[in-house]
Design a protein around this ligand. Structure first.
Ligand SMILES: C[S@@+](CC[C@H](N)C(=O)[O-])C[C@H]1O[C@@H](n2cnc3c(N)ncnc32)[C@H](O)[C@@H]1O
Ligand code: SF4
Length: 330
């Protein structure tokens, strides 16, 4: 199987990813459960105060049916905050439902602590497209420092086992992606991590550390000029009880744009969320309180299409250079 570096959203050359931004999100994150079997140092799950639970099947199907109708090529992510492998067969049924409805990209993030053979077969047979394993380290010590558990060797073995089973079954999917969130505790291990996992036939995804709206400390140095936040333009997050958050880094769902129990996701995306996106294109970054104090917009580079939208807005509004609108570096 060819190995490759899995690119983050900003690295995608795929123009379609951001096309028709205002019609429907390119990525949707659903919170199948808030339960988790870990307490990672960099994750806001440990400080979440909102009500916890797991997504009702009827609600999940409603969301998937809408995606299938409006944009089946949308990426459906099966976790927001929590560890979805805890759902076991319920999770496999959820993935299989999305695939039966024609969704082309179903993605699962997992800590892989529970990834035994039964789970591996369940994930393969469900039709999952991408399986992202959060490892973040290349030694038990660094793993423990970041992910606060002694499961490093077990997780590495589980992922290698999945690679072996896939090869034995001669299946291409799911693509296995070893993820490394870069931070000062692990940056010295990045090259070794990449070499190892690419050599095993997995892909590698790197991402910068997020602050989850300032809840977790991140040293970003001097900020660049503020640009419209790439998260807002591509991704939409839905909590287990149907709340659509104003931004996916809002772990405690403090600022909600609507509820998919009551209305369609598309109407929320084209309503409140569009209002926030449009304000950002105009250089107003405080329309949603979640954006006002957040620095996570810096964790992704603005894409060409978002930049084109900024230029087009400037032209339509006859704004010339030197105005107060802040342009991204182009
Ligand atoms: C919130 S977790 C949920 C899925 C699953 N429990 C896991 O660990 O993969 C989603 C992803 O966010 C990552 N993550 C958590 N805190 C982060 C941070 N401060 N910066 C970047 N990524 C983070 C996790 O490592 C994981 O890959
Ligand atoms: S990163 Fe994943 S495994 Fe770790 S605490 Fe957060 S949700 Fe749980």
């Amino acid at each position: 199987m060819p190995s490759r570096i899995f690119r983050t959203v900003s690295g995608r050359s795929d123009r379609r990813y951001y096309e028709n931004i205002d019609i429907f999100p390119a990525s949707i994150v659903v919170e199948t459960t808030t339960a988790c079997n870990a307490r990672c140092s960099h994750c806001a799950h440990r400080i979440m105060t909102r009500e916890k639970g797991r997504m009702d099947m009827m609600l999940y199907r409603k969301i998937v049916d809408e995606i299938a109708r409006v944009r089946p090529t949308c990426h459906l992510w099966m976790t927001f905050y929590g560890e979805a492998l805890l759902l076991q067969y319920r999770l496999f049924n959820m993935i299989a439902y999305a695939k039966r409805q024609g969704l082309t990209s179903v993605i699962l993030n997992s800590n892989a602590i529970m990834l035994n053979e039964e789970m591996i077969i369940g994930l393969i047979e469900s039709g999952l497209d991408d399986f992202i394993v959060s490892i973040d380290a290349f030694s038990p010590e660094v793993y423990k420092e970041i992910r606060c558990s002694d499961h490093y060797n077990a997780v590495v073995e589980n992922v290698n086992n999945m690679l072996r089973i896939k090869s034995k079954m001669r299946v291409q999917k799911p693509q296995i992606i070893a993820q490394f969130s870069i931070m000062k505790e692990n940056e010295h291990q990045l090259d070794a991590f990449k070499a190892y996992w690419l050599g095993r036939g997995a892909s590698v995804k790197t991402r910068p550390k997020l602050s989850w709206t300032g809840a977790v400390e991140v040293d970003r140095g001097h900020p660049p000029k503020r640009y419209p936040c790439p998260w807002l333009f591509a991704t939409c997050g839905i909590t287990w009880n149907g709340k659509v958050v104003q931004c996916v880094v809002d772990y405690d769902a403090k600022y909600v744009a609507g509820n998919v129990n009551e209305t369609s996701l598309q109407s929320i995306w084209q309503g409140k969320l569009k209002e926030i996106r449009d304000a950002q294109l105009e250089g107003r970054f405080d329309t949603s309180p979640v954006c006002a104090n957040c620095s996570d917009w810096q964790s992704e580079k603005p894409t060409k299409i978002v930049m084109e939208r900024v230029k087009s807005w400037l032209n339509q509004h006859h704004v010339t250079q030197g105005s107060k609108v802040i342009r991204p570096d182009m």
